[in-house]
Ligand binder design. Structure first.
Ligand SMILES: Cc1ncc(COP(=O)(O)O)c(C=O)c1O
Length: 281
């Protein structure tokens, strides 16, 4: 992966080689830190407020004081993007807990935006189930071991995503939220069990605007054969249909009408948000 020209450390622009942490940092031994990842589209940070608010929420959940307020984070991001001349990329933010009474450090850097094959959207992507539960599921902490293992198993199985389950219930993807469709209703795990994804929230808003029934409920593994459709969401993927899980087709194994409709409505909503956010800049 190409390195950026600059990384921001609490607003100071440093070369990537200087962005290092010590083996004594509690971010390493205790995963004591939080992170965010979001898209920059035509120079516009997409859903920046939502991501920064979630960063603050994650930090509060582990009693970690951010090194600056969110307005300052915005200024750091703008300075970093302009120094790197980055217009189409993903942005990573890592906030690492303080070491030995030192300062909490927020590192921010741009990296290439993930891209996905067009066939994942036209024909559907595939997934496996993986037994595991993220610790403090509502927080985006540096403890990503379960997601890492789910992703590694998915790669080894030649599929796109690993869907986490625990106590007989599916919760979310390794780095996505999960929706199933039974009859005309979208179903997704309750917010307390998962990371409240920015794209998940957008699906709720879009479904509300278009009177599409949506319910938060436990997603029992044993109900999977009843699913007519399934899709995952994340800010980089938007709405991505899943047409096979553990080698078995979901519904008839094709991208279904509800997934197609949600994909189209989501793209409209996304374009509208980008236009509004770029008008504000
Ligand atoms: C565990 C988990 N769930 C859900 C998501 C989707 O979140 P968002 O829609 O904000 O990208 C992510 C994103 O990284 C994640 O790591």
């Amino acid at each position: 992966m190409p390195l950026p020209l600059f990384v921001s450390r609490n607003g100071e622009l440093i070369p990537p080689a200087e962005a290092r942490i010590s083996i004594f940092n509690p971010a390493l031994s205790g995963s004591y830190g939080v992170y965010e990842s979001f898209q920059i589209v035509h120079g516009v940070p997409f859903a920046e407020s939502e991501h920064l608010q979630r960063l603050a929420h994650s930090a509060a959940m582990i009693d970690l004081a951010l090194p600056a307020d969110l307005a300052t984070f915005r200024a750091w991001i703008a300075g970093l993007l302009s120094a790197n001349e980055a217009v189409e990329c993903a942005l990573r933010i890592f906030v690492l807990g303080p070491e030995n009474g030192g300062e909490t450090a927020a590192y921010i850097w741009p990296q290439p935006a993930p891209t996905y094959p067009a066939a994942f959207y036209s024909e559907g992507a595939t997934a496996i189930t993986f037994e595991g539960q993220r610790s403090l599921p509502q927080a985006k902490t540096l403890n990503t071991l379960v997601s890492f293992l789910a992703q590694r198993n998915a790669r080894a199985a030649g599929v796109h995503e690993g869907l986490l389950y625990h106590d007989g219930h599916l919760t979310e993807g390794s780095n996505s939220n999960l929706f199933s469709v039974i009859d005309d209703t979208l179903l997704t795990a309750p917010a307390q069990q998962v990371l409240s994804g920015v794209a998940r929230d957008m699906v709720f808003r879009v479904a509300g605007q278009h009177d599409i029934p949506l319910r938060e409920t436990d997603l029992a593994l044993s109900d999977m054969p009843r699913w007519h459709e399934c899709f995952i969401t994340s800010t980089s993927r938007h709405v991505m249909p899943i047409t096979a899980i553990d080698g078995r087709p979901v519904g008839d194994g094709r991208v279904g009408p509800h997934s197609r409709r949600l994909m189209a409505l989501f793209e409209d909503y996304f374009r509208q948000m980008i236009a509004e956010e770029s008008a504000r800049l």
